[in-house]
Structures are given as C-alpha cells and as structure tokens.
Ligand binder design. Sequence first.
Ligand code: ATR
Length: 275
Amino acid sequence: MLHLGLIGSPLGHSLSPWLHENFMEQTGVEGQYKLMELDPEQFDAEINQLKGEDIDGFNITVPFKRKIIPYLDSIEEKARKLGAVNTVVVTNGKWRGYNTDGAGYLESVNSIYPDVPSSSSRVLIIGSGGAARGVAFALSELSLTIDVANRTSQKAIELLEDLPESSRGESVSLNEASEQLEIYDWVIQTTSVGMSPNDGEIPIEIRNVKQGALFSDIVYKPLKTQFLIRAEEQGARIHYGHLMLLYQAAYAFELWTGEKLAPQELIRGMESKLE
Ligand code: ATR
C-alpha cells in the first residue's frame, strides 16, 4: 500500500488526487494520494513532522518547489541545476528530489504535435518562476534559442544565466515580446496571468503571429485561456495547460512505482472536470 500525496498552499481544487487514483487503477498499484496543505509560515515545523510519517513519495506545488530543497537527502542533477523540485521519492526514509515538469511539458507537446520542435526553432518563454525554469531546462536539451520575457527582468536574466550558453537567448520586456512575436516559432506562457477567476487577463498582446507557430499556456483553469483564444484567432496552433499537468503527474507516478502509463486515456475525463 503506497502512501503518496501533494504539499502546497492553497490546494483547493487540485486534480492530482484524481489523476493518481486513476493511475493506480490503470496499473493495479494499491495506494492512496492525499492533499497536505501546509502553512507557509510554519513550513519548517510541518515538513519536519512529515519526515516522521510513513510516506513513500509526494509532489510539491506552489509555493514550495524551491523551499523543499534544503530538506532533501539527495537531488537529481537536473532538479539541482534548475533549482526547483516537484516530486520526492522516499526510500528507506531518505528523501530524493526530482523535477518532472519539463519532461512532462515536452512529452505533452509531442503527443499532439510530433513535429515540434524543429532544431531551428526560436522560443519565447513568458515568466521566470519555477514552472518557467522546468520548461526552459527541458528545452535547453534540444539546442533551441530561448528568449525570456518577464515582468521582473532581473528574474529573467537570472534564469537565462543558469541555462547552458548554447540555448541562452535574450531577456525581453513583455512589451518587446508583443512587438516582435513574428520571430517566434514557439511561445510558452508560464505565468499565473489569466488563471481563473482572472480569466480576462493576458500577459502580452498577441498580433503578428508567425505562420505555423505553436502557442502554449500552462494555465489550465479555464481550460482555454484568453492567451490561447487570442493566439488561435491569430492563426497559431495551440497547446493546453492541462496536458502538462497530466504528463508531469505520469512521470512522477513512474518514479514512485516504475509503472509506465498511458496518460492520454485520462484527457477526456480531465476536460470534463475542468469545463
Ligand atoms: P510558478 O512556480 O508557478 O512558476 P512563481 O514562481 O510564483 O510560480 O512565478 C510566477 C510567474 O508569474 C513569475 O514570472 C511572475 O512574474 P514576476 O517574476 O515579475 O513576479 C509572473 N506573474 C505573476 N503575476 C503576474 C502579473 N500580474 N503580470 C505579469 N507577470 C506575473
């Protein structure tokens, strides 16, 4: 019987328990996945309490993906470099940290657009938080040039400095990004702008989209954000945020159980839960 769960704050309508219960059903693994909302003010005490509990693994979401790192016994190289952990595997009481966001994102894109990316792609990432880092590091393994647009340019510069030099593009302002959208083959929105209940908001103006470009939003509530609506109106191909959520969860489940999944079977069910 596996004891799994999610730490974060707030956790309100998390889909993760539903996803992992379905993964268990699909694979015949017995276990439970529970929500553990921690008080950010009491993080140290509450994490130390979790250390004493009988748990086999857990996911980490906002705002603890960086804060968890000092509490780990070990960390995979990729997660250490990018500075964010979304999955912990517990073996003999030892905590090891991983990050499945980037691989989950890429797999979710490839499941729908097998031709993306092409090696000459020029990419724009909007945002510089934990999610942006996960995606940027996964893309940096594909030798693409990555520009980053963030409200706070210092954070974009720091993200770029952490990337391998071969994929390091420029830090551009949100306005500059809007002005030069026609140079990008792939635009990935990783901020919380546009998330319900602020569904009317959009982080950049979308016009002059390059032909064949792919626009991706990692926000999945609402399922179709203003960012995606506007990109589609301008002729872009679009990729929805719930798909990244699904595939990063599948990679986490594989780390805990060794079981390979068929995550696409859950897409319809997720959509009916989010609509
Ligand atoms: P996550 O781990 O989910 O990426 P995060 O680390 O809090 O979350 O990062 C949130 C991202 O959304 C940041 O890039 C943030 O921009 P700043 O670095 O300037 O704070 C961006 N963001 C959040 N609210 C925003 C807003 N109203 N306008 C523009 N960017 C916003």
